[in-house]
Design a protein around this ligand. Structure first.
Ligand code: VAH
Length: 312
């Protein structure tokens, strides 16, 4: 990767990925784009362009202007928002992806876009979900992720585009809060623990989902994109995970640092239904074997770091 063009660069993953890539590849070699600018480090620490990923012409012109050799397409609606606006979600998530893939084909770019554990559904084996298995999601977000995986694989075998992807679990970070996700409770709980020493979870106790701390997610993107393509038996997209927990377990871990922390529940049926359709834990063996994936943070190490960083 030498000249990297990122869409959705001011989102939960994009905002930290942009800064990390600029530290590795040089600020001027990472072009951050998003639907609007803000005053974040990602927007101000190097080239930034306003790009609407549903506008094919601008997307391709901008990537050409900077002679991108890599396109990292992060712009998308997450699961809960997509479920509220399914038609808009299809147009943005699939229209944007198609434009990004077309730009990668035309400009002969390497390509990355994330998939998600949301690409699995209620008929998928729930525990230690295999890399290759049934994918019949019951959310618009999941439909977008499965279609996106198939589309990215198609651009690889039909047009030779070097497409790669990761099925991310819920991602936890303290720089840019997520927007409209189902797993966001696992981010909000840390903010609330610091501010109010209590949290009311919209996801019920006993609901296990895969999770990962953002530093591990960012390393996984760089490691996958730098991996030797001849070693890749899969491309779109690899299961990756660091831990699986339910709200009670993350609350117990927080109490080791804030003993008076109180947890209560007010379950949101819409997001609970989404969470119930996803796996309890997924198997990341393919990622470990094909490009050396490893996660450094478990729940204890993540909780300690999140609370320290947010306290500042
Ligand atoms: C969401 N954070 O909740 C995203 C992610 C696995 C969850 O895809 O929609």
């Amino acid at each position: 990767m030498k000249k990297i063009f990122i869409t959705g660069a001011l989102g939960q993953i994009g905002s930290e990925l942009t800064v990390k890539l600029r530290n590795i590849y040089g600020a001027d070699n990472v072009i951050a784009t998003d639907i609007r600018k803000n005053d974040s480090e990602a927007a101000l620490s190097g080239p930034f362009e306003v790009v609407d990923v549903t506008d094919t012409k601008t997307m391709i012109e901008m990537a050409k202007k900077y002679q991108a050799d890599t396109i990292i397409h992060m712009a998308a609606l997450l699961s809960a928002t997509a479920e509220k606006n399914p038609v808009f979600a299809w147009n943005l998530n699939m229209g944007g992806l198609m434009n990004a893939l077309e730009a990668a084909r035309e400009l002969n770019c390497k390509f990355f876009t994330p998939s998600s554990i949301g690409a699995f559904g209620p008929t998928t084996p729930k525990d230690n979900t295999p890399q290759d298995t049934i994918q019949r999601p019951t959310t618009m977000y999941g439909v977008n992720k499965v279609a996106g995986e198939l589309l990215a694989d198609y651009y690889n075998y039909k047009f030779g585009v070097d497409t790669r992807g990761l099925r991310f679990p819920g991602l936890i970070s303290y720089v840019t809060p997520p927007g409209g996700g189902t797993t966001d409770y696992a981010v909000e709980i840390y903010y609330e623990a610091i501010k109010n020493k209590r949290y009311t979870s919209y996801i019920d106790k006993g609901t296990y989902m895969d999770m990962m701390y953002m530093p591990d997610a960012l390393n996984a993107i760089v490691d996958l994109m730098e991996a030797d393509p001849s070693k890749l038996k899969h491309r779109n997209s690899f299961n990756v995970t660091a831990m699986s927990f339910d709200p009670e377990e993350i609350a117990a871990e927080i109490r080791k640092h804030i003993p008076e922390f109180e947890m209560s529940y007010s379950v949101d049926p819409a997001r609970q239904q989404i969470a119930d359709s996803w796996p309890n834990s997924i198997d990341a063996t393919a990622a470990k074997e094909e490009w050396g994936f490893k996660a450094e943070y478990d729940l204890a190490k993540m909780t300690k770091d999140m609370l320290e960083k947010l306290s500042k």
